[in-house]
Write a protein that binds this ligand. Structure first.
Ligand SMILES: [Zn+2]
Ligand SMILES: [Zn+2]
Length: 150
């Protein structure tokens, strides 16, 4: 509701790579260059508002956090079990979205990300649906929707 207000910040400088997505520029981690694109490439796939949530959530874009998350959970979707490599072959190898479970509104200044507790691998479809509500659905809530449709 209204423009975002900044409560505080940690004075810390880090090197980023400027990356153009559509007509906007973003500071990207560079290593996982595809990560930023996969979150904001098709904002029309997300409901209004959700795209804003996704595009400001830097935790989902952190290459290091992502690596620790998938090292623990693997590359299959935690909601529906979709495995990009199993379906698309080699081009789908190691492709998965990483969803940040903690709502942005609950993140405090001193928040330290736990890649295993706070991040969860999900396929692009489940990730889009998770962000259709605000706050986002939990993995368990979305799983319940899946069961109903079967
Ligand atoms: Zn899925
Ligand atoms: Zn997400």
């Amino acid at each position: 509701m209204g423009p975002a207000k900044i409560d505080g910040f940690i004075p810390e400088l880090s090197n980023k790579i400027l990356k153009r997505v559509g007509d906007k520029w973003y500071a990207s981690d560079g290593v996982m260059g595809n990560q930023l694109a996969e979150e904001v490439d098709s904002p029309e796939n997300y409901i209004e508002g959700a795209s804003r949530t996704v595009s400001v959530n830097t935790y989902e874009r952190s290459a290091d956090a992502r690596a620790k998350c998938v090292a623990h959970y693997g590359y299959s979707c935690s909601v529906c079990g979709f495995d990009f490599e199993a379906v698309y072959g080699q081009i789908g190898e190691k492709y998965i979205h990483v969803h940040h479970i903690v709502p942005l509104s609950e993140i405090r200044q001193e928040y330290v990300l736990d890649p295993v507790k706070d991040l969860i691998p999900v396929c692009a479809n489940c990730h889009a649906i998770i962000h259709r509500t605000r706050p986002a659905l939990s993995v368990e809530q979305l799983k319940a929707h899946l069961t109903k449709s079967e």
